[in-house]
Design a protein around this ligand. Structure first.
Ligand code: SF4
Length: 98
């Protein structure tokens, strides 16, 4: 049985890229983040990194440093998956209304 986790990974823009390309430092992180910008599963990827407290690499367009800062700022969030999925649904509904 395919899990939700593996299903989003199948659509990842970085799926066929060298995995080491996402685990880089400094200016190279901007190149890695650029791959994420058009990724259709960016929300799922970022949520997994935040909920899993993944401490290294670019996930969902954010570096580990940016994620740490976000986790500090929003220590009240218990499920990033729920929060980001709700935000995505709201955005889609808003787009359909206008
Ligand atoms: S958001 Fe970035 S790191 Fe995450 S799956 Fe997409 S391309 Fe890969």
């Amino acid at each position: 049985m395919e899990t939700n986790q593996s299903s989003w990974r199948m659509s990842a823009s970085c799926r066929d890229a060298d995995p080491d390309g996402l685990f880089v430092r400094g200016a190279e992180q901007n190149r890695a983040k650029a791959v994420c910008m058009g990724c259709p599963v960016r929300t799922e990827c970022l949520a997994e990194a935040l909920d899993g407290r993944i401490s290294f690499g670019v996930w969902g367009g954010m570096t580990e440093r940016e994620r740490r800062a976000l986790l500090r700022r929003r220590s009240d969030v218990t499920s990033w998956t729920e929060l980001l999925e709700a935000a995505k649904r709201d955005a889609l509904e808003g787009a359909q209304v206008s």
